[in-house]
Structures are given as C-alpha cells and as structure tokens.
Design a protein around this ligand. Structure first.
Ligand code: AMP
Length: 114
C-alpha cells in the first residue's frame, strides 16, 4: 500500500519541522499554521482516522494523549490553554487520510468552530 503523506514525513522522506518523535509517534509543525503554535501529532501506524481506530489501538491512543500534554507544555501553551482537534472524514474537514491530532495555541480560540 502506498505510504501516506504523514508516513513519508515520519520516515523523513519529506522534510518537516519535527518537534518530537518516539517509536510510536511523530510531531511536527503544520506547514500552514492557523495560530502561533500549530503542531500535528501522528502515530507511525497509518490509521486512516479516529473513526477507523480499533480496540487494539487503545494503548497507542492513550500514548498520543499524553504526548499532547507534553507537547503543549514544551510549546509553552499548557497554562494559557490550547485546542486539540481531530478532523475526521468529509464533514469533519479531514484532508489527509492518516489520523493526526492538531495541537493549536498561542491565541484565543472561538467557539463554535467553522
Ligand atoms: P486536516 O485538514 O485535519 O486533514 O489537516 C491536515 C493538515 O496537514 C493541514 O493543517 C495542513 O496544513 C497540514 N499539512 C499538509 N501537508 C503538510 C506538510 N507537508 N507538512 C506539514 N503539515 C502539512
């Protein structure tokens, strides 16, 4: 199966500003940031979206959530606040079919989202 864009970034076949990586996941700066802090956290496993995750991914998903916490702290937005977004499917506005978590901060967010 062809690699997803985010697998190519994780495998360093496409350049990105990587801010964190381990054996399970990679985090890098979004190429079109919507806020002063905009990091994408992706599992190395190419799960297409959160809707396609399985029970067997439970530990991986928990790992990702704790990395969200760590990255927010490292990016200096843990105290001021930040937003965590998982765009999913067509109505969710997902454009890359590889599960990714947006970590967005450094400015005040609006609600509801567009
Ligand atoms: P989504 O719309 O939730 O699927 O988010 C995909 C995100 O990937 C968008 O915010 C894009 O700006 C970002 N993106 C696309 N290509 C790259 C890339 N090569 N490096 C970093 N971020 C990217």
């Amino acid at each position: 199966m062809e690699e997803t864009l985010f697998q190519k970034i994780a495998n360093k076949e496409i350049p990105a500003q990587i801010v964190y990586e381990d054996e399970l996941c990679v985090a890098f700066r979004d190429v079109s940031p919507v806020a002063p802090v905009h990091v994408l956290l992706v599992p190395r496993k190419p799960i297409p979206s959160i809707a396609a995750a399985g029970t067997e991914d439970a530990e991986l998903l928990a790992h990702l959530m704790l990395k969200v916490r760590d990255i927010a702290l490292a990016e200096g937005v843990s105290e001021s606040g930040f937003r965590v977004v998982l765009n999913t499917g067509v109505d969710g506005g997902q454009t890359v079919p590889h599960l990714h978590i947006h970590i967005i901060g450094g400015r005040s967010m609006q609600w509801p989202p567009g």
